[in-house]
Each structure stands twice: as C-alpha cells, then as structure tokens.
Design a protein around this ligand. Structure first.
Ligand code: NAP
Length: 168
C-alpha cells in the first residue's frame, strides 16, 4: 500500500519523524506531501518548499527507497483539494494524518485514513519550536532531528525570521 502524509513541516521535527516511522511500519511506500508549498519568508512559514524538502530528505536518508517528497501548493477550495493533491503525486490508497480537515477531505474522497498517535505533543509542536527559534532559545535544536538543525543553521533561517519579525 502507498499512502500520502501531508504536512507543512515548518520545520520537520521529531514528532514528524515518529509519524514517518509509524507509517513505514504500516505501508509499503510513503508520499510526504510538503503542503503550503507556495509559502515561505513569514514567521509562520519561514522555510521555502525546497528548504523543507532538503531538511526532510537529509533526515530520512535511510528510508529514501520507500519515500517520495513532493511539494503541493494550497488552493482556495478545500472541496477540490484531494483532486488537486492527486495531480501532483503517484497513485495512493491511504492518507496518514491527525489533522481534522485533512482527515475529512480524504475520507469523503473515499480514501482509507490512518491516524497516528500523538508523539510527545507537549514537546513536538512546530509553533513552539518556531517561537524558540525566534526568541534565541537554543533548546529548539533538541526538538528537531540533527540534520534539520544543521540545515536551519546553514541556511540562516533564524536570521531570516528575526529580520521578518522587525516588520511582521
Ligand atoms: P503539520 O502541522 O506539519 O503536521 C503534519 C502531520 O503531522 C499532521 O497530521 C500532524 O498532526 C502530525 N503531527 C505533528 N506533530 C505530531 C506529533 N508530535 N505526534 C503525532 N503527529 C504529529 O501539517 P498540517 O497542518 O497537518 O498540514 C496540512 C497541509 O495540508 C497544510 O500545508 C495545509 O495548507 C494543506 N491543506 C491545504 C488545503 C487547501 O489547499 N485547500 C486543504 C487542506 C489542507 P496534528 O494535526 O495533530 O498536528
């Protein structure tokens, strides 16, 4: 079975990694849909789709023979979103998600929904990780896989966020 895993991955954190590992125990191939691909350079979406793909790919090196990583921009019509996603990705039979909107849309389109458990939700929340990055709290690095931390530093994502926060 092949399944899609949609997310914004701003940034890809250790909770996302646990979801990927949980999914790979249940499906043969996983399509990681990098959603809101058009978004970048904001405090909520600091990284470009390409930067997020790089971070995810570096983290999942050992699984890449079973994984696709595909960017998909948002559209204004939720009711048409599943059809839109289908045009970007290989054929699939299921979705991996905890997001209620994503769940409803794929269920209504006739797909199987696999819902992973919450993995240490108090720690692994992208909003909190971005807040730590912006405030200069170095502990953000504990919450993302090491390759993600390295790429965020190399690409100057925190400096970008600080610059943006001056006017955001
Ligand atoms: P996300 O916050 O990056 O999360 C991706 C998935 O990982 C979610 O199912 C999330 O569940 C799960 N997750 C995160 N941390 C976890 C943890 N610690 N333990 C277990 N699961 C965890 O992304 P998202 O908001 O779901 O992304 C949906 C994407 O689809 C967005 O880009 C959105 O714009 C797009 N979309 C677009 C349209 C449209 O264009 N009309 C419509 C629908 C969706 P939680 O929900 O529990 O965090």
């Amino acid at each position: 079975m092949r399944a899609v895993l949609p997310g914004r991955f701003q940034p890809f954190h250790k909770g996302h990694l646990k979801v990927v590992e949980w999914a790979l125990e249940r499906v043969d191939e996983l399509i990681i849909v990098v959603g809101s691909a058009q978004e970048s350079h904001t405090l909520q979406n600091p990284m470009t789709a390409g930067e997020r793909i790089l971070a995810i790919r570096e983290t999942l090196k050992e699984y890449l023979d079973r994984i696709y990583i595909i960017p998909v921009p948002d559209i204004l019509m939720n009711a048409s979103w599943v059809a839109h996603v289908k045009t970007y990705v290989p054929p699939f039979e299921a979705v991996i998600t905890r997001n209620p909107l994503v769940k409803v849309l794929f269920e209504e389109a006739g797909y199987k929904v696999l819902e992973p458990p919450a993995f240490e939700r108090s720690k692994y929340v992208a909003t909190n990780i971005r807040a730590m990055m912006l405030s200069g709290d170095p502990s953000w690095k504990e919450f993302v896989p090491e390759p993600v931390a390295k790429i965020i530093e190399e690409l100057g994502i925190i400096r970008r966020m600080r610059e943006l926060s001056k006017r955001d």
